[in-house]
Write a protein that binds this ligand. Structure first.
Ligand SMILES: [Mn+2]
Length: 491
């Protein structure tokens, strides 16, 4: 039956989603201005992304809209500007004036009315009309005020680029107000945004299961990447993935960001390997970020199930503890402690768990943070809102957020346990950390690689909801890899 390949059907995207996002921003901005005794006036102005070519050539890379612009306007075309009148809430789009030649090479030049209808904004003009339109729509005697987007991305340490417009001297500009307020809007997801994140999760969960079913020793890692990409595009309509696929097997699974151009998922799979596949599809800008770890041959060895179950226990303990008000640092520590307890049961680490926590021993096995916000960006912004400082201790310093959970946040839960020589060798030589490590037992895991289990989780009013739907228990994975349907049939 051909239809058994997938149960997916790509949904229509309601552009009300972006109208709602704009409303949310306008309300937050008005509240902020009122609270700081400033007049309710001015325009939010954002510049959308530009199409890029490959180096000096005319090869156009597939365009993907800048994320803040996508959040507010949902526009998929390059070269746009957008504005919102803070006082009236009215929204404007400015389209690039395209050369007549465009119609020959790239298709029909759409009228401005097309964009007005598609993106549900109040008015659409050309980019070269921006200065006069903003002046014409301002009922102030002086220069109109523009709120421009400028601020730090705390994951990349890059700054967002404020809109560049002609005749800037005809406006007053404010570079400080918009970024933190718009970023905070993105942290709490609306129902319509959650529907898209759920869809991206459904598509990606199904594609991960397809990979589990088709994997076998002798294949290349990139063939599994290809199966994933095919599935999310063919059945899910997802042209983009949220990030470069990590398809790591054997020792490669201890390389946290494997799969980049210099390590392009090209190893041949061996019988007995663990696989760690971190892959997520994106649909209408909204993404997913999912990791599955499992044995290439479909059967966990004793050592593989020891490490896998240590990580699964941490994953489940965190999801069960999540609710509004809980500190993400505490969740990170809970995951570390859960993993260390399992490792202690197997004699991999020795001694007092509280002492291990004090000296941050867990960071040797899990050097990355427990998880991050997810939305239009894989590492969605807002993890360190104003005033929050990144911790300095091993493990904790890798956290992409240290905030308290709030209803409506979507955050990844991705504990891992890895045997990384670059960390283990110095730890075994260190006078303090070496006391907690059993050299001989660790030797048995030398070529193990690592395990990560990653789900995308919504914080609800009284707990959490896992949006990812992949087999997680070892017996569920073994059953699905042996051909059982998912969800498992319990009859
Ligand atoms: Mn992640």
């Amino acid at each position: 039956m051909a239809s058994s390949a997938s149960v997916l059907s790509p949904p229509e995207v309601p552009m009300e989603l972006h109208a709602h996002n704009r409303d949310k921003l306008v309300r937050a901005l008005r509240d902020h201005l009122a609270a700081s005794s400033r007049p309710i006036r001015g325009f939010v102005v954002l510049q959308g992304g530009e199409e890029k070519t490959r180096y000096c050539t005319d090869h156009a890379e597939l365009f993907r809209q800048e994320s803040y612009f996508a959040y507010l306007f949902g526009v998929r075309e390059p070269g746009f500007f957008g504005a919102i009148d803070v006082a009236s809430g009215k929204s404007f789009l400015f389209a690039p004036r395209l050369p007549a030649d465009y119609a020959v090479w790239l298709g029909e030049i759409k009228p401005l009315s097309f964009f007005k209808e598609r993106y549900m904004v109040d008015k659409v003009f050309f980019v070269d009309e921006l200065v006069s339109v903003l002046h014409g729509n301002s009922d102030e005697s002086g220069k109109p005020l523009l709120f421009l987007l400028y601020g730090l991305n705390t994951d990349s340490n890059n700054f967002s680029k404020p809109a560049v417009i002609e005749e800037m001297e005809k406006f007053d500009t404010d570079l400080n107000t918009l970024h933190p307020i718009l970023t905070e809007c993105r942290v709490i997801k609306s129902k319509m945004e959650l529907n898209l994140i759920q869809y991206a999760n459904d598509v990606s969960s199904e594609a991960h299961i397809e990979v589990m079913r088709q994997i076998s020793a002798g294949m290349k890692e990139y063939q599994l990447e290809s199966i994933f990409q095919h599935h999310v595009y063919m059945y899910g309509g997802c042209r983009h993935c949220s990030y470069t696929c990590i398809c790591a097997t054997g020792e490669n699974s201890a390389v946290l960001h494997y799969g980049h151009a210099a390590a392009p998922n090209e190893r041949t799979l061996q019988d007995g390997d663990m696989a760690l596949f971190d892959m997520g599809a994106e649909y209408h800008f909204y993404g997913s970020d999912i990791t599955c770890s499992f044995p290439v041959n479909g059967k966990f060895t004793k050592n593989q199930s020891i490490i896998y179950n240590a990580v699964l226990a941490a994953h489940n303990a965190v999801i069960q503890s999540m609710r509004p008000g809980v500190s993400w640092i505490d969740m990170h520590k809970l995951s570390e402690k859960t993993i260390l307890e399992s490792l202690k049961n197997e004699g991999i680490v020795i001694g007092d768990i509280d002492k291990m926590m004090e000296i941050r021993l867990g960071a040797i096995f899990m050097p990355h943070g427990l998880g991050h916000f997810l939305g239009i960006d894989t590492h969605d912004p807002g993890g360190y809102s104003q005033g929050l400082e990144r911790p300095k201790e091993p493990g904790l310093k890798s956290l992409r957020t240290i905030r308290e959970l709030q209803e409506g946040m979507v955050i990844t839960v991705e504990p891992g346990c890895y045997f990384i020589d670059a960390l283990l060798v110095p730890a075994l030589e260190d006078a303090i950390t070496s006391k907690f490590l059993d050299r001989n037992v660790i030797e048995r895991y030398k070529r193990f690689g690592g395990v990560r289990i990653e789900s995308d989780v919504l914080v609800t009013a009284d707990g959490s909801k896992n949006l990812t739907n992949c087999p997680r228990e070892t017996w569920e994975i073994e059953a699905v890899m042996a051909g059982a349907p998912w969800p498992l049939n319990h009859s």
